[in-house]
Design a binder for this molecule. Sequence first.
Ligand code: ADE
Ligand code: ZN
Length: 336
Amino acid sequence: MNEQLRQAVTAMPKAELHIHIEGSLEPELIFALAERNGVRLAYPSVDALRQAYAFKDLQSFLDIYYAGASVLLQEQDFYDMTAAFLERCERDNVRHAEIFFDPQTHTARGVAMETVVSGIHRACQDSPVSATLIMCFLRHLSEEDALATLDAALPHRDKLIGVGLDSSEVGHPPEKFARVFARCRDLGLHLVAHAGEEGPPAYIASALDVLKVERLDHGVRILEDAALTARVAREGIALTVCPLSNTKLRVFDQMRDHNLVQLLDAGLLATVNSDDPAYFGGYMNDNFIAVFESLPLTLAHAKTLARNSFAASFLPAEQKRRFLDEVDAYFAALPA
Ligand code: ADE
Ligand code: ZN
């Protein structure tokens, strides 16, 4: 990758649409919060914890990710985690972030919904980065648990732009959450779901047809179904692709095997995102650099990816327009 392209990609304005805030907890902060809260960790040091970050699939990651989140107890913990993430956004020229959080990971440990939402939301309000919240349901738990979680979040409805579906995909198809997504839809919440990360294209189809999601998280297995690919391209439904996540969780063996270029060539509204940056070796610009170094991507692709990130966002039309204009002005000003 030449220096000019690297510079253009890192400095371009961009939005992040697939970030689990608990996945931004760096080992150093995990240890600091464990100390502050008197939580015992299974690892003796930051280095030992980091050494454990060698995953063979999604589940092997999730086990350690949920253990890391156990240090989050007080409102200030959620604030500090989110504030640290938003500072990284500034460094990577991320202008807007739609942030996932997993309340069930915390409420199951006796932390109040109010504590979780208030801490994350307050950090968003204090940041110069535009940031909104998407509450995710854990798909390895029951739909009843998801419905109770939605009830607990209702007093905070105004702090949420949408809901999502995450955690262990295979064996937990979208259909399992049909009722809770229908309720969220009635509440006017935006709908997204992880689909086609490890799960088959049939999960992508049911996320669209049963849950009625507006955006697909990951979705990289869509290319196994040509008719579905054509439909998603035609309908302009975005994919929030997470390259470093995909290689760390062995969805693709190596970055040079990643299908991002094929997704774009198929006319899909693909975006680049970080997923769980503290666990997968990098934030937004690390993801961009990784794909631009390993795949035949050009400056024209960079502009497409920057535009896609805002186009696929849930920002109001006026704000979206302003960010898209900023992207266009940025690329117009680059030396030829
Ligand atoms: N939770 C955090 N990261 C996830 C991922 N990549 N897939 C499913 N659930 C997740
Ligand atoms: Zn994810």
